[in-house]
Design a protein around this ligand. Structure first.
Ligand code: C2E
Ligand code: MG
Ligand code: MG
Length: 581
């Protein structure tokens, strides 16, 4: 029986009871494992006050049966292994034992170990026997990550002794779980996780371990397998079962599951490494659009390292002025006049050549580098545009669109940065447009909406980019203070030969007209597409037919050309591959 307490009960319970730790338990050990320092929350959990624990050997608190393995593992740590987890029973001041899960990391320079305890502990009814499942996830009742890693460790030890024994570590996660949470609420999200936990438990053998790794992510350890076919069968079975709707408090919810898997191999020394590789595989699976599975192999590893290389290079790219802004014209359909540009980032890498934003923007997002890069692009775009406005004062003022990604939207000083760029360049706020995608707002839709309202108040224009590719486009439309939609290239591509694409675009154009929104159609490459869009009443277009993204110097030529011979950009068509390099 599991009972969840906020604080450990004072009286010793008659059965093992789980409780949430009152705060992070932190402890610093010296190289002989003496406690140098620990957080106050300790007093609540183990009944000792701080002074009485200080300078005592940590080992003295550990249950004699668990002592050796903990010491061995601490001694085996080295600087290369950033953290490792272990579980052990610690003795309370009044004699009984508390099971705790720990994470340890080593500071080799100062010979100190930083040790912290995880969310859940358990008061043990009896100190005998082996360590019970101290690390149970409170929501699903599944073992948590700490215990999962521990079990992988055991499997690894067994496999080392008997080379015939093989096992697989599967890491799976719900695709777009944040959308479910945002649209249906956290309570339904939680219920879905509980249902999934039950499904996973039901669909695996009793000897397999299913654990909750955190958030919407689960781990499955499949032991005693012959090859990869049986874990793949398990994954496929789970994926197809998830597709059946879950009935959650009157809501019918469909879930799709991505999975990554790694198989035991003689060169695995640490449990963490198996979980890391399964994690790498699921990340790859997620890029395949959901519902996919990927088996880890060396290639993935190499790719991960090359990404790391690229990330290091990207860090230096800004200082070395390798990030450039290219401009792609936005045209008015009626008279094919140039009305503005979209600013598109390019990375001019000395060895790799021109790196596409599709490759480096996601990397910049993950590493947080998107904030300084985005700031720089904004600054350049505002400055270039103001310069052009001043150089060609007689033509209607051009606008510039700058893309914003999720991390930028979440960045607290974004508004300040934008205002600063406007002030420095002298560009009027109404000539700056910001392009956002729905996926960019998903992590915190409420905050994003708040920010957009503030941006609108500053008279900036907002565009919803890649429209039609998102999850719940229409439901957002009335809530977002946007001025324009950009219909994604994928709908324009076959607009003249796929009736469904044509009716999608037609419907969106009608809807936008009713909502008073401007529409820009992206990716126009052929005159047939343009003619059809004109018939359907589209007002603005952008695409290779008019020009590819070009350098600032080339963009200025396009302005000149448009000024002297309106409609002439098309004849130039910038059809050559991106030039300037
Ligand atoms: P996006 O904002 O939807 O930009 C439009 C993309 O479509 C650009 O790709 C553009 O070169 C391409 N494109 C335009 N017309 C055509 C066409 O006729 N045919 C085809 N096949 N493609 C066309 P690009 O420059 O590679 O950028 C890709 C994405 O990277 C952008 O999609 C945007 O989401 C992101 N991105 C680019 N620059 C930035 C930036 O400065 N900040 C952020 N946060 N994201 C950026
Ligand atoms: Mg864009
Ligand atoms: Mg787009």
């Amino acid at each position: 029986m599991i009972k969840v307490y906020r604080k450990p009960p004072q009286a010793f319970p008659t059965e093992s009871a789980f409780f949430r730790l009152p705060g992070t338990l932190l402890m610093v050990l010296d190289e002989d494992f003496n406690i140098q320092m620990m957080s106050e929350a300790w007093a609540d959990v183990l009944g000792y006050d701080q002074p009485s624990l200080r300078w005592r050997p940590f080992v003295g608190l550990i249950h004699p049966h668990d002592r050796r393995s903990v010491v061995e593992r601490l001694q085996r740590m080295d600087a290369a292994l950033s953290t490792f987890r272990f579980a052990c029973r610690c003795q309370h001041a009044d004699g009984h034992y508390v099971g705790l899960a720990w994470s340890a990391s080593l500071d080799p320079e100062h010979h100190l170990y930083y040790v912290s305890a995880h969310e859940t502990g358990v008061l043990l009814q009896s100190e005998a026997g082996s360590l019970p499942e101290v690390l149970i996830d409170g929501l699903t009742g599944l073992p948590n990550r700490g215990l999962f890693v521990d079990r992988i460790g055991h499997a690894l030890e067994r496999a080392k002794r008997d080379s015939q024994l093989r096992f697989a570590v599967v890491h799976c996660g719900v695709d777009r779980f944040s959308v479910i949470n945002h649209s249906l609420g956290n309570r339904i999200g939680d219920l879905l996780l509980v249902e999934l936990a039950n499904l996973f438990r039901r669909s695996t053998r009793p000897t397999d371990m299913v654990a909750r790794l955190g958030g919407d992510e689960f781990g499955i350890l499949l032991e005693d397998i012959r090859d990869e076919t049986s874990p793949i069968r398990v994954i496929k079975r789970l994926q197809s079962q998830c597709k059946l709707p879950f009935q959650l408090h009157g809501h019918e919810v469909l879930a799709s599951l991505s999975a990554g898997m790694t198989l035991s191999a003689p060169d695995y020394q640490e449990a963490d490494a198996l979980l890391r590789d399964a994690g790498m595989a699921i990340r790859r699976a997620k890029t395949q659009g959901g519902g996919a599975h990927v088996i880890f192999d060396r290639k993935l590893h190499e790719e991960a390292f090359s990404r790391l290389d690229l990330e290091l290079d990207l860090r230096r790219a800004l200082e070395r002025e390798q990030i450039e802004v290219y401009y792609q014209p936005i045209m008015r359909v009626r008279d094919r006049r140039l009305v503005g540009f979209e600013a598109l980032a390019r990375w001019n890498h000395p060895e790799r050549g021109l790196v596409s934003p599709a490759r480096f923007i996601p990397l910049a997002e993950e590493s947080g580098l998107i904030v300084p890069i985005g700031r720089w692009i904004l600054e350049r775009a505002c400055t270039d545009l103001k310069r052009w406005q001043l150089a060609y004062p007689r033509r209607p003022a051009l606008t510039v669109s700058v893309n914003l990604s999720a991390r930028q939207i979440a960045y607290p000083d974004l508004l300040k940065d934008i205002r600063l760029s406007l002030r420095r360049s002298g560009l009027a706020a109404r000539h700056l447009k910001l392009e956002i995608t729905e996926s960019g707002m998903l992590d915190d839709a409420e905050r994003a909406i708040e920010l957009f309202v503030a941006l609108k108040r500053s008279r900036l224009k907002l565009l919803l980019d890649d429209f039609g590719t998102g999850y719940s486009s229409l439901s957002y439309l009335h809530r977002l203070p946007i001025d324009a939609l950009k219909i994604d290239r994928s709908f324009i591509e076959h607009i003249d030969d796929r009736p469904t694409d044509r009716s999608f675009v037609e419907t969106i154009l009608t809807l936008a007209r009713q909502l008073g929104l401007e529409v820009i159609c992206e990716g126009v490459e052929r005159p047939e597409q343009e003619s059809l869009l004109r018939v359907l009443g589209a007002s603005h277009v952008q695409g290779f037919m008019y020009s590819r993204p070009v350098t600032a110097t080339q963009a200025e030529m396009l302005i000149l050309q448009d000024q002297h011979r309106p409609g002439s950009i098309l004849s130039n068509a910038g059809k050559a591959p991106e030039s300037g390099h």
